[in-house]
Design a protein around this ligand. Structure first.
Ligand code: CTP
Length: 410
């Protein structure tokens, strides 16, 4: 890919927050993006296309016909952009996106767009919480669209709750991070050396869920992003990849074999099976360390099951990384992660020894770090020494980790 500014398409829909799109556009431009704008007819009731045309220096389209953008504007724009962000996105447009309705320039472009699609819903709290909107949102997430959740607070209509478009500066930052990550991935894909050709790579990812009863479970905040990024990187370098994944909202990367599991026990079985003929096994999953000793066959109820509800008996789960490392042959490389809230490197070193891994990727986790984020800052720890890396997109980090693994394998 040639060296150029990231190209972003900004979709504006008919919502009072449309005025924030003007500021968002300015922040994206300041962050070095080249931006073009598409609007729905309703959006033009809130902000005039002339504002966006003046700021972008490009025509702003709303319709599919007699367009000043291109004879076939939805295809031209879909192919032009590296990312498409719809902010604000109304409930109506979200419903259209979820059901493949393409009756104007914005929705037709979204349907034709192969680049990452980012959607920032903004609307009245009751519209947002409506089951239909939530179902559409779930569908979009499942398909791998990137949803920028609305903020909570006073809404234009006077109601209070979720539905507010996040502040433009924060929105711009998140959009740029995602587009840069995607571009880095594309670049890596285009240029990837096939240094894992013929190798089998097994990766565990996401959280596990440990049932308490029919309706409850123990789990954690893992998003699975790091494991999925590693799977993409390994695939791009020519590996045959098996991704053993706990419940996450990410879609399976193309060309990767995915085995979905729920509990730690299931993850152990799937991983041990896949690991038999693997060259590299990487455990990124945030496995629940303990599970309820007994799973109730009915919903535990207050008044009836107080003893069971107030004193959950837990038993330790199998350690997947340790089990894989113990069974590994000398030609197999086993890698673990160490998610810590403090003394990251010390605990990482301890885990390298305790688990018998060849490499530990140690990272700090907390409310704004590690889990669910698009970037990660880690230290690589092996018997050879330590290497602290700067914060970088997870997809880029994935390649650095494979470089380190290949160096260890000699
Ligand atoms: N891991 C695993 N199976 C477990 C627990 C952890 O495979 N039952 C793996 C993780 O995938 C990760 C590494 O072990 O690669 C370290 O996980 P982490 O949660 O940081 O450490 P724990 O071993 O769970 O120890 P602690 O929670 O006490 O820090």
């Amino acid at each position: 890919m040639e060296d150029r500014k990231p190209r972003l398409l900004l979709g504006v829909t008919g919502c009072i927050a449309a005025y924030k799109s003007v500021e968002l556009l300015r922040f994206l431009q300041k962050a070095s993006a080249e931006v073009r704008v598409v609007m729905t007819e309703s959006a033009t009731e809130f902000v005039g296309p002339a504002t966006f045309e003046a700021l972008t220096g490009a025509p702003v389209g709303t319709g599919l016909f007699r367009s000043a953008v291109d004879p076939i504007p939805h295809i031209a724009l879909a192919e032009w952009c590296d990312g498409f962000v719809i902010a604000p996105c109304t409930a109506n447009v979200m419903a259209k996106l979820a059901h493949g309705i393409a009756d104007d320039l914005l929705t037709s472009t979204a349907l034709a767009c192969m680049a990452p699609l980012m959607v920032a819903p903004a609307m009245n709290v009751h519209m947002y919480e409506n089951a239909a909107t939530q179902a559409n949102l779930a569908l979009l997430k499942e398909r791998g669209l990137y949803i920028i959740e609305p903020d909570s607070g006073y809404l234009a209509c006077g109601d209070v709750g979720p539905g507010r478009l996040p502040e433009p500066a924060e929105l711009a930052q998140r959009v740029m991070a995602l587009v840069q990550e995607s571009l880095a991935g594309e670049l890596a894909h285009a240029e990837a050396v096939q240094d894992l050709a013929d190798a089998k790579v097994v990766i565990t990812a996401g959280p596990t869920r440990e049932p308490i009863d029919e309706v409850r479970y123990l789990s954690n905040y893992s998003s699975g992003k790091m494991g999925y990024s590693l799977a993409e990187a390994a695939r791009d370098r020519g590996a045959a990849v098996t991704l053993v994944s706990g419940p996450v909202s990410l879609s399976c990367p193309e060309g990767v074999e995915r085995v979905m599991v729920t509990t730690a026990q299931e993850m152990l079985e799937a991983t041990m099976e896949a690991a038999q003929d693997a060259a590299i096994v990487i455990c990124t999953a945030a496995v629940a360390d303990y599970r309820p000793a007994q799973v109730a066959d009915h919903k535990l109820k207050k008044g009836q099951d107080d003893e069971a509800l107030s004193r959950l008996q837990l038993v330790e789960n199998p350690d997947i990384l340790k089990t894989v490392a113990q069974a590994a042959g000398s030609d197999q490389t086993v890698v673990g992660f160490a998610a810590e809230t403090d003394s990251v490197v010390d605990y990482g070193r301890e885990k390298l020894a305790a688990k018998g891994a060849d490499l530990i990727v140690a990272n700090e986790v907390g409310p704004q770090k590690g889990f669910g984020q698009d970037t990660n800052e880690v230290t690589l720890i092996s018997a050879q020494g330590e290497q602290s890396l700067p914060s970088m997109p997870k997809r880029q980090l994935a390649d650095v980790i494979f470089d380190a693994i290949l160096e260890l394998r000699g």
